[in-house]
Ligand binder design. Structure first.
Ligand code: NAP
Length: 248
């Protein structure tokens, strides 16, 4: 099992879905976890209570990442909580909406780029003073970045940006001993991909996958925990596909 004893982690968007499962996995491996959320206060607080109830350490912090200074505010709050060392940053918070080229609005395009790209970029920037030798950054890409699935051109572009950022961040931060990777989930059963709960959505999902079940948040969280740990010490600048063999 992954050992993260004495490590400190920030997971953004940890109130629900993949982020929640990730915060749980990191805490179960021994990390102290900062549970970031946007609106879902009750869910975030229940996760903090669950982790503490199991003997772990966790705190919840709410910051809206659509705000242009959201990442700056979150980094400041995190630094107040954890002091001078952050070992793991999982920039997971994300938003997705489906729209054709014709129907895409500027406001929704900007919201997706704000939460999915701008926030991770500036979180890394603002947390650099506390990320050091041995730290691991994990960003969230998507199957949509490398394959046309659904009608998601703008969302897919936000995840293409993440695949590019991990290479550049990995190269620029490697000499400082900081690793940067991404995971690219396929369809995962969360609120974001609730279409997979319908028969039609489930059948479509299985038709593009090698493994014949719908992916769970834990399937992704376990890979993130691996990338966060020293077991992946020689892996950086990479995007790991976590989609049950989607579109291979
Ligand atoms: P989800 O269940 O919809 O949860 C999204 C999380 O992001 C929530 O905790 C939410 O917080 C937070 N968030 C959203 N907008 C925010 C904002 N403006 N400010 C602060 N927090 C915000 O999504 P998910 O399926 O777990 O997705 C997690 C990541 O995986 C995303 O980056 C997504 O693009 C990626 N991904 C998901 C799938 C999939 O099939 N599910 C596939 C590929 C990639 P609150 O609820 O507290 O507001």
């Amino acid at each position: 099992m992954t050992n993260l004893t004495n490590k400190t982690a920030l997971v953004t968007g940890a109130s629900r879905g993949i982020g929640r499962a990730t915060a749980r996995a990191l805490a179960a491996a021994g990390a102290r976890v900062i549970v970031h959320y946007g609106n879902a206060a009750a869910e975030a607080e229940s996760l903090v209570a669950e982790i503490r109830g199991s003997g772990g350490k966790a705190d919840a912090v709410s910051v809206d990442l659509t705000a242009s200074d959201g990442a700056h505010k979150l980094a400041k709050e995190v630094r107040t909580l954890i002091g001078d060392r952050l070992d793991i940053l999982v920039a997971n918070a994300g938003v997705a909406s489906s729209a054709s080229i014709e129907d895409q609005t500027v406001a929704e395009f900007d919201r997706m780029f704000a939460v999915n790209v701008r926030a991770p970029f500036f979180l890394v920037q603002q947390l650099l003073p506390v990320l050091g030798e041995g730290s691991s950054v994990v960003l969230l890409s998507s199957l949509a970045a490398r394959a046309s699935v659904g009608v998601l051109p703008a969302y897919a572009a936000t995840k293409g940006a993440i695949d590019t950022l991990v290479k550049h961040f990995g190269a620029l931060l490697g000499p400082r001993g900081i690793r940067v990777n991404a995971v690219a989930p396929g369809v995962i059963d969360t609120d974001m991909s609730s279409f997979a709960r319908s028969d039609e959505g489930r059948n479509f999902t299985l038709s593009i996958q090698a493994l014949q079940r719908i992916g769970h948040a834990d399937d992704v969280a376990d890979v993130i925990a691996f990338l966060a740990s020293d077991a992946s010490r020689w892996v950086t600048g990479d995007t790991v596909q976590v989609g049950g063999g989607s579109k291979i």
